[in-house]
Design a protein around this ligand. Structure first.
Ligand code: GLU
Length: 290
């Protein structure tokens, strides 16, 4: 048994947490516990337009009520040593610089709409829009730029490369860069790193040995593996947990106020009830009464 397991839970304070979050975080906690490891609480609060202090405080309170425990990050009673991405800009900028110096990222002035339209002309619209290869600028375009400011920056993905990884829950997974996803954002024009970059830089800095998160982020793992390689780091293990869905198969989102942990609490459910409920085991929220 390994004793240096380091896991993390990484909520974004953009809404109240729901049962799906609680279940993923519970898995993360149990896996850390069974390895006698450490669980870190990291708040992913880079997007100041969407994140609210109220949700940040509510998440800590709700997870504490639910019985989740972590060893590093915000103290349940107050704010001991919070890890907030918004306070960690220097390490993200350092990674941006490293990627730029390797010629792996480029500034992009195309709008999302332009990319969608161009992509629809060449492929099935169900797939995520792929940034056209022909639009990549010449390789020296970023040479004289020394700050990410003012541009969207994209990672130049290898074309048609198979990215294989083993998921601890789902088994072998594979994606093709350039086909399943194209050049993705690493830095946003509004001045913050993208989710993909920030999460990798932080998981490296915090020496995370296993990432436990929702299955909706499976394809992100393939993108993130490319960033790990570019930064010369070894990816952690991954465990993608099944999502809680409604009876029509749609995933829950934090906008589902009715299934927030606080509403479930108000409706009289105890954490034990919830963890033994059909919703918990079946992953179907409609089996739970509010
Ligand atoms: N902050 C992300 C979310 O709330 C989680 C990202 C991750 O675990 O990698 O969906």
């Amino acid at each position: 048994m390994t004793h240096n397991y380091r896991g993390r839970i990484a909520p974004s304070p953009t809404g109240y947490l729901h049962l799906g979050h609680a279940r993923t975080f519970w898995f993360a906690m149990e896996r850390a516990r069974s390895e006698k490891g450490i669980l870190i609480y990291r708040e992913e609060d880079l997007d100041s337009n969407r994140c609210r202090k109220e949700y940040s405080e509510a998440a800590i309170e709700d997870l504490d009520w639910f019985g989740c425990e972590w060893q590093e990050g915000p103290d349940k009673a107050g704010m001991k040593q919070p890890y907030r991405q918004s306070e960690r800009m220097p390490i993200f900028l350092k990674a941006w610089k490293q990627l730029k110096e390797q010629g792996l990222i480029y500034p992009c002035e195309k709008s999302r709409k332009e990319i969608r339209t161009a992509s629809e002309n060449i492929q099935n619209t169900d797939l995520e829009p792929i940034y056209p290869e022909a639009w990549r600028p010449s390789s020296d375009v970023a040479d004289n730029i020394d700050s990410p400011e003012g541009y969207n920056w994209r990672f130049k993905v290898p074309l048609d490369r198979k990215i294989d990884f083993h998921d601890e829950n789902l088994g072998p997974c594979q994606f093709y860069s350039g086909k399943d996803f194209g050049d993705f954002l690493v830095w946003r024009k509004d001045g913050i790193p993208s989710y993909e970059l920030a999460v990798v830089v932080d998981d490296i800095a915090m020496e995370i040995s296993e990432v436990v998160r929702g299955e909706d982020l499976l394809i992100s793992t393939a993108r993130q593996i490319l960033i790990y390689e570019a930064l010369g780091a070894t990816p952690p293990r991954f465990y993608h947990a099944p999502l809680v869905v409604d009876s029509s198969g749609d995933r829950l989102s934090k906008t589902y106020k009715s299934m927030s942990l606080r509403e479930l609490k108000q409706a009289g459910h105890s954490p034990e009830d919830l963890r033994t409920s059909e919703a918990w085991w079946s992953g179907i929220e409609d089996s739970l009464e509010t």
